[in-house]
Design a protein around this ligand. Structure first.
Ligand SMILES: C[C@@](O)(CCOP(=O)(O)OP(=O)(O)O)CC(=O)O
Ligand SMILES: [Mg+2]
Length: 323
């Protein structure tokens, strides 16, 4: 029988929130992971997609020598001490002249745990659009363009997919609003909602060290985990308790994001929905066996929680995490 705390934690994570990270259930071999420091061993980037009711996209013209004159979405590297939303609002003001509010996370992109980009759908809330008269080192100007005819050259074509994500979200929101929760964290880590479903029953993997909790895996900044991406930390934890070769593991995406930024707390915790299923198509009514004492399968029987979880699973109602 799960504790009330566990039910509350799962409900909070499904609502895009979540408890602050107390400890990790899995970490890279060797030295304990060092606290991350922005601009020292991690780089976080924020990027805003503004899509007007007239289906126009806000683009900025880059001033940097290496991409001068090319067009891109307002984006930039976070600075120590700021929250993710403060960084987004600063970059949009600097590059486009506008005040803004984030509507929701659209996507999280990673090139390993030391480079993570947070992509937001955002809306303008004031300010004056930057024209070429206000050109400076941050950007030459900003302008709205029809989504069907963006200017060239683009700094990089990766933004085309992001603009499409925004248009799809506007057309039909596939996931609830998900915004960063300001909670302290020292590492780049992932809290996992690992599920096994059979008929209309769903089990969730629970860590037993300390009080029962949703397991947390710390991401390493070593070359192996950099090359393998953030999924390596998830597979490492699962390998510690399950026999993966007869299972299919699917990392569905983000349920929530936790970061503080202030007080040198530069870590992030991604709350990630994961499914495990047996490779063999036979009907498996029970979840796969767990090795050791550090985890168990919790059958979610609380009706509302179970239906919320099944709904998220069936609809893949999560923010995509892409490499
Ligand atoms: C790194 C980017 O996602 C763009 C954001 O970084 P900038 O080069 O625009 O940084 P700032 O000078 O802080 O605005 C592009 C990439 O290749 O990742
Ligand atoms: Mg920039």
């Amino acid at each position: 029988m799960a504790s009330e705390g566990l039910t509350g934690a799962l409900a909070a994570v499904l609502a895009g929130q979540g408890p602050s990270v107390q400890s990790c259930d899995s970490a890279p071999a060797g030295e304990p992971p060092v606290p991350v420091r922005l601009r020292k061993n991690v780089c976080y980037v924020v990027l805003a997609v503004f899509l007007s009711e007239q289906d126009e996209v806000l683009l900025i013209q880059e001033a940097k020598r290496e991409c001068r004159g090319s067009w891109y979405l307002p984006a930039g590297r976070m600075e120590p001490g700021e929250t993710i939303v403060e960084a987004l609002q600063r970059e949009v003001k600097e590059e486009a002249g506008l005040h803004c509010e984030p509507e929701t996370l659209l996507s999280v992109e990673e090139r390993g745990p030391s480079w993570v980009r947070f992509v937001f759908l955002a809306r303008p809330t004031g300010g004056i659009l930057k024209t070429s008269k206000e050109a400076d080192a941050e950007s030459l100007q900003a302008a709205w363009y029809p989504r069907s005819s963006l200017p060239t050259p683009l700094r990089a074509h990766d933004i085309l997919h992001l603009v499409e994500l925004a248009a799809q979200y506007r057309q039909q929101a596939r996931h609830p609003v998900i915004l960063p929760q300001e909670l302290p964290c020292d590492l780049v880590c992932q809290r996992l909602v690992v599920t096994f479903t059979s008929a209309q029953t769903v089990w969730v993997l629970v860590g037993t060290v300390g009080i029962p909790h949703l397991p947390v895996t710390a991401c390493g900044l070593d070359p192996v985990e950099q090359r393998g991406g953030m999924k390596m930390a998830i597979l490492r934890l699962l390998q510690e308790c399950l026999t993966l070769h007869h299972l299919v593991v699917e990392i569905k995406g983000l349920l929530g994001l936790q970061h503080l930024g202030r007080d040198h707390s530069d870590g992030i915790c991604l709350n990630v929905l994961v499914t495990v299923a047996f490779r063999s198509p036979g009907i498996q009514d029970e979840p796969p066996k767990i090795r050791g004492e550090n985890f168990f399968w919790w059958k979610v029987t609380e009706e509302d929680l179970q239906s919320q979880l099944l709904k998220r699973l069936q609809g893949s109602s999560v923010v995509p995490v892409n490499r």
